[in-house]
Write a protein that binds this ligand. Sequence first.
Ligand SMILES: [Zn+2]
Ligand SMILES: [Zn+2]
Length: 274
Amino acid sequence: MFSACFRYPAVLFLTSLIYVLVPSLASASHSWGGYHWSSDTVPPVIIRLMDNLAGDWNTGYLNPVATAWEAGYKDQTNPIPSAVKPTVEGGTLSNVRKCSAITGTVQVCNTTYGKNGWLGVAQIWISGGHITKGSVKLNDTYFNTAKYNTTAWRILVLCQEVGHTFGLDHQNENFSDPNLETCMDYTNNPESNQWPNKHDFEQLRDIYAHLPDGSTSSTSSTGSGKMPPGMFRDLHEPSEWGKLIRESQGGRTAVYERDFGGGHKVFTFVIWAR
Ligand SMILES: [Zn+2]
Ligand SMILES: [Zn+2]
């Protein structure tokens, strides 16, 4: 990702420094910058998915998705245990429209968010290298339409947004490429892309390999200074998502970054409905 900058010595130095400080940047190419949940135990790290789902989503989508992420890659000779252990707990949010994130959890919500263009949104709050909280929003305004009201679309989008809250990035963003058989891959046909694949579990293994973090983790992994007030706000409106840092497929998918300074950031991953 930095290759275009290599001709500048200062940037080269900085890049090497980043690789030294954050080795996962170099090795985990489909992780989200190596951001991860902190833990003082070895993997799997428990990630609390708070189930605020209702209506059609209430009939058994979140549990199978959590189970799939927990299961790891099953292979007779080379199984890869999952580095995450998502638990599904009853959500208590009264306002699923806001779906306010709560420290130490991922809030999962659905409602008719309106014709705002997005099918699903995942947000992660970062302090230093660590994810402190997350949210997943599923827009029934589009999931109620014939195109998206299928089990495959629901599973793919939920599986992908939840995957982002673990620190994973997309594996492929071209909708017309052959399916990679992972929900972290965009597609026009979700049928074979509903669940995580081997590479997802390799990525998770790499991202979380350094656990436990221990009490020695410095400001580089906790962020510095007082937590900026913005980190406690809901960032519901696209105007609050910050700068667009990546866009693909003519704007069908996008990642935004809101930087509050001192290593405190919010990333927003969007699947736009088309
Ligand atoms: Zn860590
Ligand atoms: Zn995504």
